[in-house]
Design a protein around this ligand. Structure first.
Ligand code: UTP
Length: 296
């Protein structure tokens, strides 16, 4: 089992984004914008704040805008500089990882999250690695650590695998991977079992796994078999669950506000949240939102 510093993150972006059609017909879901940044940028910023140095994107057809986003745009930079708008050039440069820190691998068929992570197997060393789902944004509590940093700290303490978990209303458990919690230590808890998208009467709790993971390469023993799970997809939850008796697996009830930007309501809520706290537009958005609400 690998433990120690977590330096590599996988960002799976190979999904179809069907819930956002037609917006995602010609544009990757992960490039949808929350106020002024695409979803992938929030994930990269959170990963960098957690000490991640290597980023592996699992992409698919029609996703090249993501690669372009993390590259220079020479014509744009040149034109902005000529017009004296160097602050924009600097802002764009500062958000780019260093040369060589990003790699891309293709998932030719979107067969599920477990399959997406498996596609990156040859690019990993035998070390723990992080996974961030870019369509989940987790805004840290003011001044606090990001969600992935909280997971990496828990991994330093226990080794093994660490998953972000959060309470969901009981009627929503059938949409998520749900855990059976064991011993609880503050915001950390042991995970005894987990099940992907259980029926409400079969769910062991209402704590769901959500969007951030520290994983070990042992998951590939299961993923190598290509076993289909819930929804006929190759499920990451099943690959983690196959290691429950072999490795320590913990959950962190993270502090931070989570938005599921893979759903329309979560995406709109994220835009409202970040717009209201945006220093340039917050007041104006509050005024507009108040007027709109008054008219309902
Ligand atoms: P989702 O299941 O939310 O994304 O996966 P999706 O399949 O694109 O969305 P819908 O359900 O069709 O609307 C969460 C993340 O995992 C990636 C997605 O791109 C998204 O960032 N993913 C999912 C893959 O990379 N490959 C897959 O096979 C499935």
């Amino acid at each position: 089992m690998a433990s120690g510093a977590v330096k590599t993150a996988i960002l799976p972006v190979g999904g179809l984004g069907s819930r956002f059609l037609p917006a995602t017909k010609a544009m990757p879901k992960e490039m949808l914008t929350v106020v002024d940044k695409p979803l992938v940028q929030y994930a990269i910023d959170e990963a960098r704040a957690a000490g991640i140095e290597n980023f592996i994107f699992v992409t698919g057809r029609g996703k090249t805008a993501i690669e372009d986003h993390f590259d220079h745009s020479f014509e744009l930079e040149h034109t902005l500089a000529e017009r004296g708008k160097n602050h924009y050039v600097e802002m764009m440069r500062s958000m780019m990882p260093e040369p060589g820190q990003i790699a891309y691998v293709r998932q030719q068929d979107p067969l599920g999250l477990g399959h997406a992570i498996w596609c990156a197997r040859h690019m990993l060393k035998d070390e723990a690695f992080a996974v961030l789902l870019p369509d989940i944004i987790i805004d840290p509590v003011d001044g606090g650590d990001g969600c992935l940093k909280q997971l990496v700290d828990a991994h330093d303490q226990y080794g093994g695998m660490v998953l972000a978990v959060e309470e969901v209303p009981p009627e929503r458990v059938s949409s998520y991977g749900i855990i059976d919690p064991g011993e609880v230590r503050g915001s950390h808890l042991e995970i005894r079992a987990m099940v992907e998208k259980p029926r409400i009467e079969d769910a062991p709790s209402n704590l769901c796994i959500t969007g951030r993971y520290v994983l070990c390469t042992e998951i590939f023993d299961f993923l190598d078999k290509g076993v289909r799970g819930a929804g006929n997809e190759i499920q990451l939850t099943d690959a983690i669950a196959a290691n429950l008796q072999k490795l320590p697996i913990h959950g962190v009830r993270f502090s931070g506000r989570r938005f599921d930007c893979g759903s329309k309501e979560g995406f709109v809520a994220a835009n409202l949240h970040f717009a209201l706290k945006h220093p340039e537009i917050g007041d104006k958005v509050l005024k507009s939102a108040t007027e709109i609400m008054a008219r309902q």
